[in-house]
Design a binder for this molecule. Sequence first.
Ligand code: NAX
Ligand code: K
Length: 497
Amino acid sequence: MIPLLTAAQISQVDNYTIAHEPITSIALMERASEAFVVAFTCDYPDKAKNITVYCGTGNNGGDGLAIARLLKNNFYTNVSVKIARFSQKSTPEFEHNFVQLKSVGIDFFVINADDEIPFDDSEIIIDALLGSGLNRPLSGDYAKLVEYLNNLHTTVVAVDVPTGFYTDGQIPGNLLVLKARQVITFQQAKINFLLPESAPFMDDFKVVDIGLDKPFIASLNSPYQLIEESDVRQMLKPRKPFSHKGTYGHALIIAGQPQTMGAALLCSSACAHTGAGLTTVCIPQSGLVALNTSMPEIMAIIRNDLPDIKWEKYNTIAIGPGLGTDASSIELLRAVFKEYKRPVVIDADALNMIADNKDLLLNIPAGSVITPHMKEFDRLFGQHTSWWQRIETVISKAKQYNICILLKNRYTIIGTPEGKIYFNPTGNPAMASGGMGDVLTGVITSLLAQGYAAREACIIGAYIHGKAGDELSNQLSVVLAGQVAKHIPATLAKMRA
Ligand SMILES: NC(=O)C1=CN([C@@H]2O[C@H](COP(=O)(O)OP(=O)(O)OC[C@H]3O[C@@H](n4cnc5c(N)ncnc54)[C@H](O)[C@@H]3O)[C@@H](O)[C@H]2O)[C@@H](O)CC1
Ligand SMILES: [K+]
């Protein structure tokens, strides 16, 4: 896991690293700037491009000055610098790099407060105006400069953080930010890069390691963690010799209506493909032929009004995909909560029924998983005006109900009763199509049936679901849910190799 820190904590880690590595702050800035330049030269190899580095007078600006110098050393022939000296304040690291810049003879131009903004016709802009030190929205000279630069629509590569962007905490509405084509960020993804509110301000980000003290970072015990492939590999249990279908559990999936049978089929297919020993799906009679034709491995319970379910047979139950919210579905949901005391997976219409009957929240078996998308989440827990607020709600509700909450997103957010938030990095826009959530529910259900705890089932499930989609998207520009379900065994084989 990569611990994700707030800006205040990152500055604490900078200071700790400077004191204990030990390294001077100027050498640390040089290391950061070198890391930036390595990443930059990889993505922008044309050394004749006309590049302007815009620098503030804090340490982000100090980075910018060092980057301009290093680019020149790397034979970028057309680099110049514009310094926004909008206040008298500057850091010693900035001043040091300003002297260095002058010594290598790079053209620079100083923009003072209230000056006209100088004309810019560069092909690439490197944004080193403000970084993680931002403590208020842009206004005055900064706002004027950023508006001018945004209107140019030039390719902007931001150093660490796009100027004006908040790295953590609630992002104010109508924020003015220097929009970046790419952000090359130091040490770790900033938490707000993982939330949809970052989308208008950056197309992409890349993390470069600047060697901050990892044991100290770990000691801060951040609640926010980014899942890595190695975590999932460690969590995955091998399929052992002499094991049999009974070893890998029996999952029951209660899903589907005549018009939404696909949800039941996709969910149960994903469950079987993720390795549950047995999968049974509880569907209306009208789905039986489709089920037997498409997935003969899966057993069925025909759902009349209230089906006769032998609860103790199942290692876990999923309820909701395509289920509908009529009276008999509510009765069935209540029956699951009454009769079945082990962890379950609750998705889609089951979440909508809980949203309409909030008393049911208290009946969710401990250790269960709920898998809402944003709208289902807001229906359950109230309207939110920002994703940061949603994260706070995930933390409090996961604790309150002793459940794992998996809030679907580009970087899916998994909250546990211990107060941790895990961000899942896998998945891609080719997967934005119907049925994908039903497949994810099937994957998580399968993992619970196989004996993984809810936290592991969510982390592994979200990761492999997204990774299967990533692997498929190497060759396909659109990936359908059924393809993801069928590809899971191949992804699992790679992860277990
Ligand atoms: N030794 C270190 O601490 C390192 C810092 N690094 C760089 O340092 C950056 C952080 O530097 P700083 O803390 O100096 O801060 P910034 O350079 O981001 O900002 C400079 C100053 O601008 C002021 N400011 C904040 N919001 C403003 C606004 N809306 N309008 C006008 N002024 C505003 C604040 O006084 C702030 O300290 C990082 O983003 C990174 O680029 C890297 O060089 C790595 C090492
Ligand atoms: K910046």
